[in-house]
Ligand binder design. Structure first.
Ligand code: AMP
Length: 602
């Protein structure tokens, strides 16, 4: 079913959209102009924290609310730009006094509390590299990421430390300090030595630290963030981002989120994921707006209450949340005053056209889908306030972003040449012209893997899309096996590896099975070690085992036993085939399928 485009009446909008005359803005675009809208460090160079906080804190926005924190207990507290500058200065001083310098790695593992935000900004101020982790991860994904990222410091809470970190310490020799956000200020928890790491009370250190700090000089190309993202054929990849990424954050928030100075902005993503860092921390602060931080998890009634009570004007959320809201009240505006809300947008997975239409009916506003990935660092394709929306389309490229649709020929045939698809409505892989400021600058310690993402000047996204005759992009699917579940990207290999740690499991294959609310659920197929009999009790035990290790988001929700898993001759589990069989779809090319008698080998 195709849906009618949703036109925009500019007269009817509460504010004048930042992006008008799309084609002309694209034609005249220059990154230098965007750089000129930012400040730069006083002595030259570029630092995310200076653009996000200090330049506002030292100007007319000093007393403006930067962060409004809604605590788990129901309290509301405001932090001004000036206060945020002081708090992040204190954290930068703490790092500095502990002997952490430019390039050192600071990992964050905490819920959404103000200390997390001050720590992220203070990390950048001290020239260190930030890597946020998601609190729902179990110990194993945390171990992998902290090892790969060579974590020097971990900022976390007492509970998370005890539950997820203590057992990993022998395996994290580079970890020097664990800073506990909620430890006492009296020094009673000071200086515990756990393996090579010293465990310290962060409140005590902050109390002793000075509020003044001169930002360590950083350049646009200096490493600032490592975001771990799942791959199909290996452990999580560490996508590296640089301070210059702030140009994309600023630009995309201006055009794709249409931020204006008086806005109250709410990005619902957790900073453990890239959206929560780029748009939950950096972008809104760069625009000097007030940003809502909600410590609690999704709850339809409470979310509507936040929109109402906090007078949220711009809201950035995800299709899963929207789909869950769609199951509730038909007309929330009868119960809640949402009149301050003027712009809603969504990212993470395809936004069904029904959701766009629902937004218009239920919220009085259509939902603006936009597209990007961990590797792009910021929004690349979007629907805009002043442009027509085509429900189901992710929109048009951000000014400054050059986009193409290509076919990547197999290496044997052409040595990695690209075929350009220029006619409308033809499917191909989405490619982006390399060089935008938030383009990832590498995968940590995996140069070859990074190189393989590019052909010539083009970065290949791995997503299949088509472009209609008017330049709108439509998402068709992933070119690989990554599972998209509730806005998270889950690599099957990671899940399989953990399943195989269970003593009864011989082999495991994991796929994403379409599920209307969360996109895909994680389904596992498991073959058992000789002599072990399948049973319902064992099934539940293995799922429980995986949950404990990986967290409920990543662990399989369904698990089937199989005699043996379909594999290629070279030993790769054929997830594609598992999926096709599960969904009753054509099996496609099975020429490489390993069979008992070897007849089918190619
Ligand atoms: P991640 O790197 O974990 O943020 O995942 C990025 C991937 O999520 C993209 O490559 C897409 O496959 C998918 N994705 C993100 N946003 C959208 C969207 N608006 N429509 C469809 N897929 C999306």
């Amino acid at each position: 079913m195709s849906y009618k485009p949703i036109g925009k009446n500019l007269q009817g909008l509460a504010v004048t959209p930042n992006l008008q005359g799309y084609e002309q803005v694209c034609r005249q675009f220059s990154w230098q102009q965007i750089r000129d809208e930012l400040a730069g460090l006083p002595g030259g160079g570029l630092n995310i924290a200076h653009e996000a906080v200090d330049r506002h804190a030292q100007g007319p926005l000093a007393s403006h609310v930067a962060l409004r924190y809604l605590s788990k207990q129901g309290g509301v507290s405001d932090i001004s730009y000036y206060e945020l500058m002081l708090q992040s200065n204190r954290f930068a001083n703490v790092l500095n006094h502990l002997g952490l310098y430019k390039g050192d790695r600071v990992f964050l593992l905490s819920g959404r509390v103000p200390e997390l935000y001050a720590a992220a900004l203070g990390t950048w101020k001290n020239g260190c590299v930030l890597s946020p982790l998601f609190t729902a991860f179990g110990p194993e994904p945390i171990r992998q990421r902290m090892r790969k990222g060579a974590a020097h410091v971990l900022v976390t809470t007492q509970k998370l430390y005890q539950k997820k970190i203590v057992s990993l310490l022998p395996d994290l020799p580079e970890l020097r300090y664990v800073l506990l956000i909620d430890a006492g200020q009296d020094g009673s928890q000071d200086e515990t030595q756990d393996g090579s790491a010293t465990v310290l009370s962060l409140p005590l250190l902050l109390e002793q630290a000075s509020t003044s700090f001169t930002i360590v000089p950083t350049a646009a190309e200096d490493m600032a963030i490592i975001h771990f993202t799942s791959g199909t054929t290996g452990m999580a990849k560490g996508a590296v981002h640089v301070h210059g990424a702030v140009l994309t954050h600023y630009l995309s928030a201006k055009y794709a989120l249409d931020l204006h100075p008086e806005d109250i902005f709410w990005c619902t993503a957790d900073p453990g994921w890239v959206t929560g860092t780029s748009y939950g921390i950096i972008a809104p602060l760069c625009h000097g707006v007030t940003s809502i931080i909600d410590e609690r998890e999704f709850d339809p009634q409470r979310w509507y209450q936040i929109l109402q009570e906090q007078q949220v004007s711009v809201w950035y959320t995800a299709p899963t949340a929207i789909r869950m809201l769609m199951r509730g009240a038909d007309n929330p505006r009868e119960q809640y005053d949402l009149s301050r809300l003027r712009f809603v947008s969504s990212v993470g997975e395809p936004l069904n056209p029904e959701a766009v239409i629902w937004g218009q009916q239920a919220l009085g506003l259509p939902i603006h889908d936009n597209w990007w990935q961990t590797e792009t660092g910021g929004i690349m394709i979007a629907n805009y306030a002043a442009l027509e929306i085509r429900p189901g389309s992710m929109g048009r490229p951000l000014p400054g972003i050059e986009v193409a649709i290509v076919h990547r020929e197999t290496e044997e045939k052409t040595g990695q040449e690209l075929t350009w698809i220029t006619e409308p409505d033809r499917e191909g892989e989405l490619a982006l012209k390399a060089g935008w400021p938030s383009m990832f600058s590498g995968y940590l310690d995996e140069e070859e893997r990074y190189r393989r993402c590019f052909v010539g000047d083009w970065y290949l996204t791995g997503d299949l899309v088509r472009r209609d005759g008017d330049g709108y992009f439509w998402f068709l699917g992933r070119a690989d096996d990554i599972i998209q579940s509730a806005g998270h990207r889950i690599g099957p290999f990671e899940v399989e590896s953990v399943l195989m740690e269970h003593p009864a499991v011989a082999e495991a294959g994991v796929i994403g099975k379409p599920e209307p609310t969360i996109g895909e659920l994680v389904k596992a197929f498991v073959s058992l070690k000789p002599g072990v009999k399948p049973s319902e009790a064992l099934r539940l035990q293995i799922i429980g085992f995986a949950r404990k290790k990986m967290g409920a988001t990543v662990a399989p929700k369904e698990l089937d036993f199989m005699e043996s898993l379909p594999k290629t001759r070279s030993g790769k589990i054929m997830r594609r085939l598992l999926k096709a069989r599960e969904l009753g779809l054509p099996e496609g090319d099975i020429s490489t399928l390993e069979t008992d008698d070897g007849k089918n080998e190619s």
